[in-house]
Design a protein around this ligand. Sequence first.
Ligand code: E4P
Length: 215
Amino acid sequence: MKLFIDTANVDEIRTAMSWGVLDGVTTNPSLIAKEKRDYKETVKEICAIVPGPVSAEVLSTDYDGMLEEAREWSKVAKNVVVKIPLLPDGIKVVKQLTLEDIKTNVTLVFSVNQAVLAAKAGATYVSPFVGRIDDIGGNGMLLVEEILTTFMNYDLDTEVIVASVRNGRHIVDSLMMGAHIATIPFKILQGMFKHPLTDIGIERFLADYKAAMDG
Ligand code: E4P
């Protein structure tokens, strides 16, 4: 499974990149807004740090606006993936961008039916938002499982990005289901390293060694 980081913060991205396990980045307008920086400059910088796919989202919601923005994003860097919201016009745009060989990530996916429409239009990725489904009492990972099964049943090439990840369990479930990608906030990515027994183990090894050498 590929690990993406879900942030627009370049310090977090640089740190995650230094670990040598980062495959890509997803941003969205809310994450960009948190950085209080120019949108295009920020994405350009991220694309230079991470060689893998970097998702940048369109702000328009009409066909012409989304298509124009998507074409603009595709010129910013070779590794930009254009994030398009799941709307009828959005799916039409994805179809056109597929013909133009521009990579797309269909965002705000909350059902299998939506995911199928995106895949049929040729989306490179679909992003089901598991945390937001859990937030309203649903089962986000069940949706991921259903999308993966559907794509397998019909040999659809679209990759599934598990998005809106809220905890380590979402990552484990994604791995068990064979999801292609999980996009993970920095704190949760950092948390993947942590286990109390690792810390206790290191302390004990060093203490044992020191006691033997000193004694
Ligand atoms: C990523 O592609 C999504 O935009 C992001 O994971 C949404 O996360 P949130 O539900 O925590 O805002």
